[in-house]
Design a protein. Sequence first.
Lengths: 642, 453
Amino acid sequence: MNWSRIIPGTAVGIGALYLLMAATSGAPSGKMDLAAAARIPVVAEGRVKPLDTVARTSLMLISSRQTFKDKEGETRPAIQFLLETMLSNPRSRTPTVAWEYKVFRIENDQVRNLLNLENRPGSLRYSLVEIQPRWEELHREAVRVDNINEKERSVYEQKVFELRQHIEVFLKLAQGREPRIVPSASSEEDWFTYEHFWDAAEREALAQVDPKQFDEAARRLQEYAARNQLDLNALSEQARQDLLDRLLRHEIQPQTQEILARRYPAAEAWSRMLTAYQANKPEEFNQAVADFRKAQGTLPAGAEQRARFEVFFNNFAPFYQCMVLYVLVFVLACSAFLAYPEVLNRAAFWLAGLTLVVHSLALLVRMYLQGRPPVTNLYSSAVFIGWGCVCLGLFLEWIFRNGIGNVVAAVTGFATTLVAHHLAESSGDTLEMMRAVLDTNFWLATHVTCITLGYSATFFAGFLGILFVVLGLFTPRLDREMFRSLSQMIYGVVCFATLLSFVGTVLGGIWADQSWGRFWGWDPKENGALLIVLMNALILHARWGGLVKQRGMAVLAIAGNMVVGWSWFGTNQLGVGLHAYGFNNTLATGLSIFWATQIACIACGLIPTRYWASFGKASPPAENLPVLKRVRRQGNPGIQPG
Amino acid sequence: MSQTAIQTSPDPKPQPDIDVSVARRKQPQTVWEWVKYVLRPIASLRLTVVLFALSIFLVFCGTLAQVEMGLWTTMDTYFRSAFVLIPFQLFVQFGKVFFHFPREWQVAGSFPFPGGWLLGGLLLANLLAAHLVRFKCTWRRSGILLIHAGLIIMMLSELVTGLFAVESRMTIAEGETVNFIDVQRQLELALTDPSNPKFDDVVVVPAWILKKGGRISTDDLPVDIEVVEYMDNSSLDPLEGGANPEGPTFRSAVGSRFKLTRHSEESGAASEKSDFPSVRVRFLEKGTGKPLETEQSDREGVSTLSLWFYWNATSRIPFYQFAPQHVKTGGKTWTVELRPRRVYQPFRLHLIKFTHKKYIGTNTPKDFSSLVQVTDPSRHEDRQVKISMNEPLRYAGETFYQAGFFPNEKGTILQVVNNPGWLMPYISCVIVALGMIFHFGLHLVEFLQRRVA
């Protein structure tokens, strides 16, 4: 038996099987065709997207999860939450079952205190019914905070405000103010919400109210005012009219519904869909979804296919699957250091290759859905940096075949997808639309791609540096061969990083010149990019000048990690962090922890080599990289033979 | 080859130290050798690395400084200067953001550090010296040569931009025709006599003269001007109904009342806000020195002129529209205003339509563009142009960018840039990229070939 083929084959097989399972499961099943409802294309936050995405991003925003637990404690998909939240009659005052779901995540103890909520360790999620008794207090606090400058809010104030916004998100969905469900027949640029239809029907119904009913309503308003000692005459004409309207609107609901059904078939089907779902009638529900799709009218070209695809993408959650597989790759690559290096390294390499394919496809799908270059926001930059690192890692592994590339690919791939996963929690829809200034443009597209790959390469060199220090200091594994290839890797990757970050930075300048006529403005983000270029150039010149040798370069590469951390996340924190009271900013804290770990690695790297487990009394192997000055003085023409 | 090289060397381990090698060298004979002898220390790679490290620190500090300082001030003090005094407080601020330093911590004092011009100049000298002394023009080295040539162009372009580039604005309402630009960073106090129907008589006093204070008196000025106070930035706050604060209040055209107060400079990192300078002056009659009143004069005869009263500066929001102020002297009525330096152009732009598209159901802008008619009598030019995001109009040495619009979307604000060096980064980028691809590519190919062999 040829184990060197069977083991890698099995690893890839298991990976593929896992992916297959992930791709096929997840979609809701049952008599009710929830999948069809999930695929309905609607508009929210300016983008045509499936209802499924609206459900997931809303739930993610208020609950930091894409699923929820119902009253029985059973975990259910986001689309069911959405269908149970949306009222079929947006004017109704009767809450649905969704009001009782514990979905609002309230971490801040002072906010819980304000709302008189018990501490529920482990979950910290509360239902609207639980919040309702203290609604007035919450609202009053939120209004107060709204008048405070965003930068001067305390953690508590910010969290109160956030909770109020989350409830608003919920109410918007419930009352049909979000999403927009039917495209306007007259203009491509406009879509209508469910509430728009209801509004139109109501106005028509009001116009048909006969004068007697009007008088009747006015009389009852008088009565109501008398009962509550309200002086109607103190109100303006407009306010009185509004009160009367509201009273009437409530009374003419049957007429409104009748007009809605007659005039707006799409809205009628939508209403029927929600009623059928909430009454648990599968056939009617499926029929209503089909009717709605028919009545929805002409959608923008390709919207339907994209929505269908996006639902699949949501269910599959490819980046999450990649994260799992990268862990597996890491385990394999680490085991290779302990036993059977050749077979296990090959297994890790091929499994990483499979994961990279999924990672790349997922990136392509995002580009297809958004019609944009791969990097548009912090979330996508994390995913893309991970992709770049894994590509580099596998390329190096392919050349060196010593397991190092596998390890770094797995670690960076996992770390970046993890960061992305956490970024997605706070940002809602990760495929958000771009502001006009970021409109697609050749320079912008090439700039973000290049600069992000430059970040990847610099990070990669840094992790190689960490590996160099850890292997050398704590293990005897940094033997002659490993020492040589690791330092060659660091050198090569730093060269690559210099190229990409420089070109990326300059392309950014060109884009800025195209957009507002200033090639270089010394603003924080630009400076961050410049720092990376300078840092890489410093490493290379220190190397060529013979100021540092292999170990020095590894240490400098770790310092490069700190610079990337600063440029990637730090510069964003500057403006917002400084004036904020207290620290609720997980990014800033995360970054300072990251810096601390890197400084620890640098300190380890600076320990004299006689204390290193790999060297002991022996000095590290000699130079094998080009050093400008020495080469010149010895009359050596170039790189010494390897 | 390398074996023999090591044997001929007196040291068992070759030292990369440049000074030792210089000392061991024979006295230079020819002029060229003398030049090299002098340049050698300047060409040192050590110096390069030190300069890189200093640059990294400077750029980092220049970023931190923008938390408190304006973008332009930071640029002038840190990057476009020879020396800079870096306050210790910067690092305390940094610690406050990232390391939970106490908020009230204040540290006085600062330390001197080389600024951007100096570091850039030294890097340039270092690079040129290195090429003169060390590099030979060989096939293998041509990549490095290209990279460095490109970098020199890049550094020079920043120099050209810093010295010569001018950024201004052009504000046009729909249906309006404009033939001047506002140079935002330079202000002037302008006195205009519109009585002649053919042309306006304009006398301006640049802000740098106003900043010096004192009494300004020249033959060109119809009045003498005594500067009471110059504010680099000020805020204009609306007053509630009957509030009656100390000091002068100002009434806008729609009747709202405002109070003007001195304000610190806007920070660069925090916002896109710009500064609104104001000046308080006394206009004095020529000869007699008698105070002259304007519509906004207070009891002491001090008039307040502010960029706030210049309507283009507030994107023509009706709330901020103020009636012009006048000074009467010698039988003429002069309009006085504080405004960005105005530069008249030989051509004029007429805004036909401004278009602003948003994403469905949101306020996120999707696209804005201005349809303008460019008329240039001197060149007999008269054509329509659409200026939109990322599609500027380059005309007569100026480049017009879509920068903003009126809140009611009935007018456009164009950024107008005149930068003689705008093409240099493009050239530089191509050269450096080619050089890097060649250099690193060559090494990679060689490396791979060796691995295969």
